[in-house]
Structure formats: structure tokens, C-alpha cells
Design a protein around this ligand. Structure first.
Ligand code: FCB
Length: 444
């Protein structure tokens, strides 16, 4: 098993969450709906008709949750802000009560010696923007996103040192605007490509605004989901499909942001969406890359809008409840490749696995499979470091069991179990496993 002394002294240990997945309080204190409120309330979109109306009730229980982070020895917590909680229309009038919540959360974290890592966007676009034609498919969103970033920098910039623009821009554009299985449920190749480009432009505009407004030394980054893509078979069509999937999943948002250039395939697909100065406008120097990774992807050729289909892992492979392949070596591979390709410090900002383990008769949650997963993935991270990859921290997904998007509340990703009926939190065995590593940290 990995031990604390395998990691450098200043290695960062922490956890990640996202606003819509944990906060609840969906209509309290002036919060307006996001596209995820509308989507989850549309019958048939989420398994079991689940919504984020209450979720983990973190809005009211954040102090208890922060106390659990401190007890684990975590010194970093990545959370996201609900845009429609602070700007109900997405722009214009500010909801002071909404901003106050993040103010309280940040103060609580700092009082517990935990650095707040604030992510501006983890998928919950204000519904008003979408309905008024100002969502990601419109270029007009770019200055609105920068203004939203500026508002947060203004209010929290004196205390928040780590900022991320987007969580998994590659995933939410594809799932929400291409495949249509996430909010806002659009299934259209052109709208998908529009969304990708406008998200990239919004990133650049927000970084410029943050740099202008934040104190010197603020650490600004972005959080793509990256994974090796393998062909589902040996045939040439599937190999070509894997190359396409690699471009779409790994390059379309990360390359312009971290290298200043679209990859050739995405560029061809984008056509005249890319105006002459756009790549320069997207590319702003960044301090860190947050890497989210769960498993390798498998691609087969299909005559659909993408030219590929995502397939399950090979026969007999070890899988999680999500059907995702447990393959630590793919993690090592993508860590090494990412560090080399983008030449920027990398923090793992999401990694973990889903199960459905409940407390036993003694009230203990024995999630041994998760411990084994975390141990092997952390081992792979150490191997990547030994190969020269600049990996500086590990934030597990997730602090709490939560609303797993279209899958509802079935898959449990937390290192803390949540009983959704009573909101009782129970740290799992995996929580204690990570705490043993984090608590031994000189900074904890
Ligand atoms: C990632 C998302 C996160 C969570 C995990 C399981 O793609 O960023 O919100 O759903 O997957």
C-alpha cells in the first residue's frame, strides 16, 4: 500500500464537489434555476426522477462538511459556485444572499486551515441565459462569463487563491449539446461545436478578468477530463474512431487553452467558427492544470455526428458500478502525457469510483473496493512522478455521496456516506484510508 512518505512533503491532499450535486436549497434565498434544475425536473431525463432540490443539503450543513474535511487532514477543497445563485438571470442584478453563502463557506474553510479552490463552472448554467438564447451556443455569453468571474474575484479574491474556470469543458459540451444526455439535452452537431468554441473563448476572457482583479500570485487553472482512448477492436475503422475520440475528448478544449492551438481535426470541424484572433484570445498563461480521470475510453466507428461511439471495457475487465474500467496504468499514462504535453503543474482534481455500499449493522461503511482503487491509482500517480511528471496534489471525487447527474443517487462516489433521508454523514473506510495519508502531512 502507498504510504505518506512516498509523497513529497508539500503534496496537496483534498476533495472535490460541485454545486448542483451537493448544495440543495434550490429555491432558497433568491437562487434561480439552472439548466440542471429544468433537466432533472423533466420526466425521463434522470434515473428515478431524481433532482438536486435537496441533494446533500450542503447549503445548510456546510460547517459539518468542512469539519469532516479538517478531520481528514485535507488542506484543499475544490467546490463550484452556482452561477444562478449569485446572478439569477446570469447577468445584471446580483443576489446578495447567494454571494453571502460562498463568503461564509470560504471563511469556514480558512478557519479550518483548508485552501478554497473555487471552480466557476461545474455545469449549472443559469436557465435564464439558456432560455434567452445566451447560453453556450451563443458567442454573446463570452463577456457575461467574464463579468461573472469578475464579480466573484471582487468579493472573494482577497481570500481565495486557487481559481478554475471550467470543470470538464470537454464533457459537458459533448454530453449536453452533442449527445443530449445531460442538460440542456441538445443533440446537434453544430450546436455542440458552437458550445465548445464559446466555452474556450469564455475561458480566455475570464482568465484575463481574474488576472486583472486578483492579487498577484493568484493560481489560475482549468480542469479538463483526460484519458487514453483505445480502439474497441483491431480494425482500421475503430482505430480511426479512437483518433477522432481522442481529438474530441482530449484535445478540443485542452489544446487551445494550454497550447494556444486547436488540433487539426477539431479545427477542420470548427470551420469558420474560429475567427482570426480567437486562438490568441483563448490562450492565457495558466498556473495549473486540474486533471480529472476515471478510466480509459474505448471507441468504435459509427456513422453518427461524431464518427465514433464510446464502448464498454473489454470482456472480463475489472469494472466499477458505473461500468468504468479500473485501469491504474491508464492513469499513469495520461499523467505522464499531460505533464509533458502542456508543461504546467498538474493537480489531480477528480479521481475515484462509484459503489453502492451502505452502513453495516455496526454503522460502518466498509468500502474495501474503493480503498483498493485509491491505493492502486495513487500508486500509478507515484509511478508517473517517478517518470518525471509534475503532479502536485490529489483531490478525491468526492467528499460526499451526491447527485450523480443523469444517474441520480444510485452511484455513490463519496468517501463520506450520505443517508439522503436523514442527511446523516458517515465517514467510510476509504475516508480513514485517505486521512491516514493526509493527516501525516506537515501542513495538515
Ligand atoms: C465527472 C464530473 C463530476 C462527477 C464525476 C463522477 O465527470 O466532473 O461531477 O459526476 O464525473
Amino acid at each position: 500500500m502507498v504510504t505518506r512518505s512516498d509523497f513529497p512533503e508539500d503534496f496537496v491532499w483534498g476533495a472535490s464537489t460541485a454545486s448542483y450535486q451537493i448544495e440543495g436549497a434550490h429555491d432558497e434565498d433568491g437562487r434561480a434555476p439552472s439548466i440542471w434544475d429544468a433537466f432533472s425536473h423533466t420526466p425521463g431525463k434522470v434515473i428515478g426522477g431524481a433532482t438536486g432540490d435537496v441533494a446533500c443539503d450542503h447549503y445548510h450543513r456546510y460547517k459539518e462538511d468542512v469539519a469532516l474535511m479538517r478531520q481528514a487532514g485535507f488542506t484543499a477543497y475544490r467546490f463550484s459556485v452556482s452561477w444562478s445563485r449569485i446572478l439569477p438571470e446570469g447577468h445584471g442584478a446580483v443576489n446578495a444572499a447567494g454571494l453571502d453563502f460562498y463568503d461564509r463557506l470560504v471563511d469556514e474553510l480558512l478557519a479550518n486551515n483548508i485552501a478554497p479552490w473555487l471552480c466557476l463552472y461545474h455545469w449549472d448554467l443559469p436557465l435564464a441565459l439558456h432560455e434567452n438564447g445566451l447560453g453556450w451556443t451563443s458567442r454573446e455569453i463570452v463577456p457575461l462569463f467574464a463579468d461573472y468571474a469578475g464579480l466573484l474575484a471582487d468579493r472573494l479574491g482577497d481570500r481565495v487563491t486557487h481559481w478554475a474556470t471550467f470543470n470538464e469543458p470537454n464533457m459537458f459540451t459533448m454530453l449536453g449539446y452533442g449527445a443530449g444526455v445531460h442538460a440542456p439535452g441538445i443533440r446537434d452537431r453544430d450546436r455542440w461545436l458552437d458550445a465548445v468554441h464559446h466555452v474556450n473563448l469564455s475561458h480566455g476572457a475570464a482568465v484575463r478578468r481574474l488576472r486583472d482583479q486578483l492579487p498577484r500570485g493568484a493560481q489560475i487553472g482549468s480542469v479538463p477530463n483526460l484519458q487514453p482512448v483505445r480502439p474497441a477492436s483491431d480494425n482500421d475503422q475503430d482505430k480511426e474512431a479512437a483518433a477522432k475520440m481522442d481529438a474530441v475528448m482530449n484535445r478540443a478544449t485542452a489544446d487551445p487553452v494550454f497550447l494556444g492551438k486547436y488540433d487539426p481535426l477539431t479545427r477542420e470541424w470548427m470551420g469558420d467558427r474560429i475567427r482570426p484572433d480567437d486562438e490568441a484570445a483563448i490562450f492565457e498563461p495558466l498556473d495549473w492544470l486540474g486533471l480529472n480521470h476515471y478510466s480509459p475510453h474505448y471507441a468504435a466507428a459509427r456513422a453518427n455526428m461524431f464518427g465514433f461511439r464510446s464502448m464498454g471495457p473489454p470482456e472480463g475487465a475489472e469494472k466499477t458500478l458505473m461500468g468504468w474500467h479500473v485501469a491504474p496504468d491508464a492513469f499513469r499514462e495520461i499523467l505522464v502525457e499531460t505533464s509533458k504535453r502542456y508543461e504546467v503543474p498538474v493537480y489531480v482534481t477528480e479521481n475515484g469510483m462509484a459503489d453502492d455500499v451502505e452502513p453495516d449493522s455496526q454503522g460502518q461503511v466498509k468500502d474495501d473496493a474503493r480503498i483498493s482503487y485509491l491505493d492502486r491509482y495513487l500508486g500509478a500517480l507515484l509511478e508517473a512522478r517517478a517518470e518525471g511528471a509534475d503532479i502536485r496534489g490529489y483531490l478525491v471525487w468526492s467528499m460526499l455521496d451526491n447527485f450523480e447527474w443523469a444517474m441520480g443517487y444510485g452511484p455513490r462516489f463519496g468517501v463520506v456516506h450520505v443517508d439522503y433521508a436523514t442527511q446523516v454523514r458517515t465517514p467510510k473506510a476509504s475516508y480513514h484510508f485517505l486521512a491516514a495519508l493526509a493527516r501525516a502531512s506537515p501542513n495538515a
